[in-house]
Structures are given as C-alpha cells and as structure tokens.
Design a protein around this ligand. Structure first.
Ligand code: DON
Length: 339
C-alpha cells in the first residue's frame, strides 16, 4: 500500500476523538498535505469513469455525535461503486442474521483481485466474501424482495437511510457499466452453475450494477461510515438503520476484505475497517468515534484511491484512530506505585 513515509507522530487509541477544533484543523491539514499528490491512474474499464477529473480531492470526517468536518470537493458527487457492497451486506445481514450470510457467502479473503474468476474456481464455486464481485453479486441476490424492482427499492432506501438523504442512480454510469460488464455477467453465470444463485443471474447483476451507480459525496460516505461507527444509528438523522450486531459483523468483514488482496497492508498502515470504490471513493470507520469519507479518482493497482489511502492513514495516526495503537498504562494510572 502506497502510504506516506514522512514521519507523523502517532497518537495512541484512546476511545475518544480530540476536541472539535483539532479534528477540524487536522482534516484541513490532511487535505493540504496530499492536494498536490497526483499518483495513481483513473479507472477506465467502466468507460465513463475515465472522464473523471484526477484533481478532484475531498476529505470528510463525521463524528458519532453528527458533527461534520469537510475539506476540498466534499460536495462533488461520484458513483459509490464497490463501497455499496458493505451496506448491501449490512442490509442482508439485518434480514437474515450473523450465520446465514457467513455460511452462504463467507468471510475470508481470496488473496486475489476484486473481479477474480479463478478465486471462484479455486474455492469450489464458493463466493468467499461479500466484498469481492462474486460475493457481492451473491449477496445482492439475497436482498429481500419478490422481484428485482422490490429488491432495488430495498437497496435504494437502505443505502439512503445510511446516508441520511435520498441517493439517486447516475444513469450515465449505470448505462456505461451495464453495456460493458461482461465479466460480472460471467461471474454470475459461474455462480449459478455452482448452485450459488437461485435467481436469474443477469437480473441480479443488473440490480448490482444499479447499486454501484448510486451517486454519493465524500460527506455522504462519512455519514454512512459514522452510522456503522455509531452501532447502526445515523448520527445526523437519528434513524436506526441496522442493529449494533450487524455493524460489528460488517466492520469485521471490511477489516479482513475491504481493500481486497491489499487488506493486510491496509490494516497494517491504517488499523481500521475500510472499503474502496473504483470511482475514487473510500470509506473508513473508527468504531464509536467517526466515519471518514474521501474522494480522489486516481487509483493504485488494486483499485484503491491513492490520495484517499494516504489522507486516511494520516488521519488515523494524528487522530489516534488505529485500534491496534495502545500505549502501556502508567503505574500511576493503574493505582499502583503509590505510597
Ligand atoms: O463491479 C464492478 O467492477 C464495479 N461496479 C465495482 C468495482 C469496484 O468498485 C472495485 N473497487 N475498488
């Protein structure tokens, strides 16, 4: 993972965010620090995504008390893409519970790229986890609803509740992907051949393509992340979207699989659950504290936004978010060493 090697003092994990004004200035600092960093390549396998401006860059943090901090292009809309997988998984887990989804889809990393076909073959047709395309398509097939339209309504209203506003499909992105997604159609057919999809596979891919085309901003992603950080209650609207147990399961799956075959490096550098999308969005969740949303279209080879990862790694360190960064308690704090 291409993080910034310049030294940044790492705060220990305290369970609390610094005060509002410090978070505000560190979000602005994260944006300033990486604004001129042009590394990475804009995705073009979905043709319309190639038209994205590589200079777009937004950083947003929404605290679990609903307070927002934004820097840069935080109101520019882009398609959510693979970040939708986390929230569709959460909706399916809410409907069927911890075990059903874990058994049918799985929770383990493939060690292979997000659109790998060979990962399915290597695992006897098992879709492996809900963050790679095979597992995400199989997860979308499980969304409650008697028809694709009903399933779509469930997804659109569920993701809108996470964001706290009605999200709309980007029809241009949807059409561009629908005309070119031969690989996802092949993945769905392969899953069907293994008895892993009970519905019409092409209808399922169509709903999946729509979910990937929902338009969001970096700030929306931060609110959606803050909802997962807040045990399933949207801290801006106050609406309970999913249960606390569903959030716990979703975050564990993100930690293991959110950055695909780079998930180990992601966890090593950032120490938080997160998820990327090929349009340049990135969401990260600091449980109990905040959601972080970033947007910058240039990607690394695994399909993760380069600036987004660097800004998030910086924020994780300076805000004390890394859940593995503990300091030893002092003797005094333990109540020992006193006369
Ligand atoms: O299915 C696809 O290929 C896209 N709709 C989503 C892939 C994606 O976002 C991968 N993420 N980094």
């Amino acid at each position: 993972m291409e993080v910034d090697s310049r030294d940044v003092e790492q705060r220990a994990y305290t369970g609390l965010l610094p005060e509002w004004s410090e978070v505000e200035s560190l979000v602005e600092a994260a944006h300033r620090r990486y604004e001129a960093d042009a590394s990475g390549v804009v995705a073009d396998y979905i043709p319309v995504l190639a038209q994205a401006n590589p200079d777009w860059f937004a950083v947003s943090v929404v605290e679990t008390n609903g307070e927002a901090h934004c820097a840069g292009d935080a109101d520019v809309e882009f398609s959510i893409q693979s970040i939708s997988k986390a929230f569709v998984y959460a909706l399916v887990c809410e409907a069927y519970g911890h075990d059903v989804v874990a058994d049918r889809i799985g929770v383990n990393n493939t060690g292979l790229p997000f659109n790998s076909v060979i990962a399915i073959e290597l695992n006897d047709g098992h879709p492996m986890n809900p963050m790679v395309n095979a597992g995400a398509i199989a997860t979308t097939a499980l969304i409650p609803g008697l028809t694709p339209d009903e399933q779509w309504e469930h997804i659109a209203s569920g993701l809108s509740a996470f964001a706290g506003r009605p999200l709309q499909v980007d029809e241009t992105v949807y059409r561009s992907e629908a005309e070119t997604n031969h690989r996802n159609r092949a993945i769905a057919r392969l899953l069907e051949s293994y008895g892993r999809i009970a519905l019409d596979p092409l209808e399922v891919v169509d709903v999946y393509t729509r979910q990937c085309s929902l338009r969001v901003t970096a700030k929306d992603l931060a609110v959606m992340g803050a909802t997962l950080a807040d045990g399933g209650v949207n801290p801006v609207t106050g609406e309970r979207v999913v249960s606390a147990g569903v959030c716990r399961d979703t975050l564990a799956i993100l930690a293991a699989n959110g950055a695909y075959e780079r998930s180990g490096e992601w966890l090593f550098e950032i120490g938080l659950p997160g998820k990327s999308g090929v349009a340049g969005g990135l969401i990260t969740v600091a449980p109990g504290k905040a959601g972080i949303g970033t947007f910058s279209p240039p990607l690394d080879v695994a399909g993760n936004s380069v600036r987004g990862q660097r800004a998030t790694a910086y924020l994780s360190r300076v805000l004390g978010l890394n859940i593995f960064a503990s300091h030893a308690h002092t003797l005094a704090a333990r109540g020992r060493g006193q006369a």
